[in-house]
Design a protein around this ligand. Structure first.
Ligand code: BV8
Ligand code: ZN
Length: 264
């Protein structure tokens, strides 16, 4: 992408870093699309005929915990087999390059951390953790090969839902479902980052899910500018300062390089 919108946007990134200002990023499922992870609302966002919105709810879990667990274990298998892509790595490089950077993600796949990002604000939880319904303890799920590895597509469907290592209670995915409030601490961090951002990068999200999508308006209200990176137009495209059309794996490294950040 060589049009001058990218160069203008890159200049804003460069200026924010030169002024020792604040940069934030909000990522969604699209940042992991080039790692082969299905997005929520893309055509491939289906599993056994269910849409994500039908499964990522407390009601679905109440109705059939095993089915919801199997969906998460299937997704976790995809994630564990996937590799971080150039967009994840570019954000890790930006964090190393500029102290005043906060990465906020709606994703639960942990690929930002695997790409080297250390300060990741996870608004919607993490697919590698389960939370005990009895004692509330959250613990990392066993890695594959520990016998309880994730369900590979069509392979293991007899898996037991994970038990709490502390009290052997039954567990749920440590994920924020539709209709559930976000964890306070991450939300506060995300809101503060967006409010003080001179530049907010909005990468790979349809900006359809709230309150996460509202962070865009928080930055704009604070006088910051918003750069959207997405191959498609989104609910936020009219509101952002620059809408850069293209896959994050291409556009983000190009933008950051033009802004003075050497790619990973
Ligand atoms: C809340 C974890 C207060 C699950 C997720 C009625 C009742 C109750 C609530 C509501 C209601 N109406 C509205 C709400 C609020 C609701 C909401 O916003 N609903 C939407 C659908 C209208 N929000 C909530 O419920 C939130 N809680 O409001 O609490 C409350 C409490 C009670 C009652 C009322 C209010 C909780 C929301 C959290 C839900 N959990 N994730 C899981 O992962 O299993 S959200 C889920 O959607 C994922 O986290 C995902 O990241 C997120 C957003 O989707 P996107 O990331 O944007 O993904 P999507 O597929 O949509 O888009 C992908 C984009 O990538 C596309 O634009 C595509 O073009 C682009 N793309 C594709 N390829 C690439 C690319 N971009 C760049 N490069 C590429 N290569
Ligand atoms: Zn427990």
């Amino acid at each position: 992408m060589t049009d001058n919108r990218l160069n203008e946007a890159a200049q804003a990134v460069r200026q924010a870093m030169a002024d020792d200002g604040w940069i934030a990023a909000l990522t969604g499922a699209g940042v992991s699309a080039e790692s082969g992870i299905p997005t929520f609302r893309g055509a491939e966002g289906l599993w056994r005929g269910f849409r994500a919105e039908e499964l990522a709810t407390p009601e679905a879990f109440q109705r059939d915990p095993d089915n919801v667990w199997q969906w998460y274990m299937w997704r976790r298998g995809l994630v564990l087999d996937a590799q971080p892509n150039a967009a994840h790595k570019a954000l890790a490089a930006l964090e190393r390059h500029h102290r005043g950077f906060t990465l906020v993600t709606q994703n639960v796949d942990g690929l930002h951390q695997r790409a080297g990002s250390e300060r990741v604000v996870e608004l919607h939880g993490n697919i590698h953790h389960a939370r005990c319904l009895q004692c509330g303890r959250a613990a990392r799920l066993p890695e594959p090969g520990d016998g309880d590895g994730p369900v590979r597509d069509g392979e293991r469907t007899d898996m037991e839902t994970p038990r709490c290592p502390q009290c052997d209670g039954s567990t749920r995915p440590h994920i924020v479902w539709f209709g559930e409030t976000l964890p306070q601490q991450p939300w506060r961090q995300a809101h503060a980052a967006a409010a003080s951002a001179d530049v907010l990068l909005v990468i790979g999200t349809s900006a359809a899910v709230y309150p996460a999508a509202g962070l865009i308006d928080v930055t704009l209200a604070g006088g910051g500018r918003v750069i959207e990176i997405n191959p498609q137009a989104t609910d936020a495209s009219e509101r952002v300062t620059w809408a850069l059309r293209g896959p994050a794996g291409d556009v983000l490294p190009e933008l950051l390089q033009a802004g003075g950040v050497a790619p990973a």
